[in-house]
Design a protein around this ligand. Sequence first.
Ligand code: MOS
Length: 760
Amino acid sequence: MSLLENAMKRVVRLMPDKASDMLMDANRVVGLPLPRRDGGLKVTGSARFSAEVGMEGLAYAALVYSRIARGRIASLETAAAEAAPGVVLVMTHRNAPPMAPPPVMMADDAGAAASGLPVMQDDSIHWNGEPVALVLAETQEQADHAAALLRVEYEASHAEVDFAAARAKAHEPSSVLGEPARIEIGKPEKALAEAEVSVDLTFHTPRYNHCAIEPHALTVAWQDGSLLVHDASQMLHLTRSTLARVFKLAEEKVRVLSPFVGGAFGNKSVWNHQILAAAAAKLAGRPVRMTLSREGVFRATGGRTLTEQRVALGAGRDGRLTALIHTGIAGVTSHNDCPEPFTFPTRHLYAADNILLQQQVTELDMVANTFMRAPGESIGTFALECALDELAEKLEIDPIELRRRLEPKKDPTSGLPFSERNLVEAYRAGAERFGWDRRDPRPRARREGEWWVGMGVATGTYPYYRMAGGSASIQLLADGRAIVRMGSHEMGMGTATAQAQHAAERLGLPVEQVTFEYGDTDMPSGTMAGGSSQTASIIAAVTAASEVLVKELLKLAGNDSALGGLKPRDVEMRDAGLGHREDGTRFESFVSILRRAGRDELLVQAAAPQPMEGTKHSMHSYAAQFCEVRVNAVTGELRVSRFLGSFDTGRIINPRMAMSQFRGGIIMGLGLAMSEETLFDERMGRIMNPSLAEYHVPVHLDVPEIDAIWTDIPDPHSPMGVRGIGEIGITGVGAAVANAVYNATGIRVRDLPITLDKLL
Ligand code: MOS
C-alpha cells in the first residue's frame, strides 16, 4: 500500500457516497442463464490454448530440477545431453543471458512474479526443484530424453525445510497484503481466562498444490527485438511488465496473449519457466514451446503453504463472545510476499468484546508459496468455524443460532459499516432447503447400516476486491454491433459470456450484437483475474467507456436530431440507440447516428475510476455451507453425501456460470477437506507426490450432487452490485465437512486433510 494510496483513502472516506449504478436492478440481459460463448469452441477442440499455437521452426523445451534445497551446483556435465539426437541447446547458468530479477506480485506495481530471485544467473540453489538447466530440442520427446542425460552434482548447505524446527523463528511480517499483521482490541487473553465457557484449540493445514486441468505452458518468440508470448496466464498485463523488466525492454516491445486458460486458481502468474523459455528462444534464435509436466508444475510453481493456527474463544452462557483469538504461523520463503492471510475471515465475521488476531511467518527453503483459491479464507475459516462448532456444543446452542447471535452491527475490527451483508438470511434459506432441523445435535447418534451419518455447517466469506488500472474500449459498428475489448482473462469461469451480458445491458443492445474480446495485451489494460475481482473490475471500466460513448454519440448526432440540445445526464442507451430518459419520442438509433455522420464506426476508450468503494464500507461476500457426511464404522471411509452452499455474493450476472463457480469452489473445498495434501520430505525439502496419481483431487465418485442457492441482493457500493464469486465457494467447506464428521462420529479432526486413518 503506497503512501499516496493511503492518503487517497483518507480523503475518499470524507467524501459523500457516489450515486449508485443506475443499472443496479436492470434485468433485460443481466441475470439470464445464457450458455457459455466459448463452450462450442472448447468441446470441439477448436479453442487454441497457449501450448497449441503453431510457429515456424518451433523448438521444444524441457527443464532439469534441482535435487537439493539449498547450496550450489558443484559440477554440471552437459556433453551427453548436447550430443543427444535433436538437441538444439542446453542452457544453464553458464550460458543463460543476463536477466534482471523479476518484480514480485503485490510488492511491486509491475510485478507478476511469485518469487523475486534472479533466474539462472549463478550456481546457487534456493529450493528442491529449482530449474538448473533447460534443454531445447526438435521434439518434446528428444528434449525430455536429453534432459535425463544431464549430470549435476551439488554441494548442499543447511536448508531450513522442517516447519516444526523453523517455527521457533516465526515473526510478524511487516504487513499481510497491506493489512496489519496484528490487531488487538481490549484484553483478549484476560477475557479468555475469565470466560464462563471457552475453547482453546490448535489446527494444522498442510501444503496444497494447484492442479489446473491445463498445466502451465507457453509458446514464445522473439521478432525484431520484440517478445511475443502466448502464455497460460491470469495476469496478462503484469506478465508483460514483468518480462519487460527481466529482459530490459520497453513494455510496448512485449505482447502477451492468453485467450484460453484451462484453470488457474492463483498460480498462473510468472515463474521461472516463462523467463527461461524466453531466454532460450533468444539464445537459440528460434521460437520455443515450454509445457510443464505435472511434476514440473509441483517443482517449479508453488501452492498454498502450510499453517499452524490457534483459535481460542471465550463466551458467556448466552453465547456472546467475550474473547476472540485467532493467531498462527504460515511457512513462507525469503523471496516472496505471500503470508497466507488466514486471520482475514476472523476480522469481519463476528462480534466480540475482546479480539486478538496475529499472523506470523517463518521462512523455509522451498518453492515460493503463492495464492491459491481464497488464500487465507479457505484455511482460516477451517480453524475459526471448527472452533465455533466446538464452542456451540459446549454452550448447547445450535451452531446456526450461535452465529445469528454473533452477527455484528458494524465491522468488528475496522469499525466500518457493512455495504451489504445477508449472512443470517443465507443461513435461514440454507437451513430450510437442507433440512437442518432433521439434524440430531448429539454426535454418533445416527447410524445407517455400517455408516455413521452426520450434518455440519460453517460460514464462508471472501472480501470484495476491485483492482486498479483497468481500461476498456467500446467499438460501435455501422451495422449496430458492438465489440467491447479489455485485456482480461477467460479461464473457464464465463468471462466472455457474463461480460457480453453486462455490456449489452449497459449499451441497450441485444446480447447477440455484443462481443467481449479479451486475452491480449494489445487491448486496453486488463486487471488480473485474481481476488475474485475481475467481474467488478471489467464492469467498472466498461461503464466508464460507456459514459464516453454517450458523449461522443451526442456530438455525432448534432443539433439537427431528436437528441439536439440534450446533455449526457438527460439520455440513456436503450433499444439499440440513444434516447431521452423521460421523453420516449426523443430517440435515435446508433445505426442512424453513425450513418448520418458518415461513420463506419465509433471507438471510445476509458479507464475505470480508482477502486475506492472498499475504503468506506466493509465489503465482503458470505456463505452458509451445509454438509452431510457418511463415515464407515468399519473402514473409516468418509463420503460426503449431500452439500449445499447458500451464498450472499451481491448481484449475479449469469446464474448458469455462477452455479458452476460455486460448485467448482465447493469441490475444491472437498479436496482441501478430505484428500489433497502436498507431501513434503522434511529432510530433503522435496515434494514427494508431484502427480495426480498421488496428489488426490476429488474425482467424480468423490463428489455428490452439489446444490447452491444465493440471495442475489445487489451490493449498493459496487459496479452493478456484483461482488465476485470465484473464491467464496471453497471457503467454509473444510469446516463444514469437519463439523459434519464430528456430528457423525464424535471425532474432532483438527488437522487437514480428514483421511480415514484419523477416523478409526
Ligand atoms: Mo485467486 S487465489 O486470487 O486466483
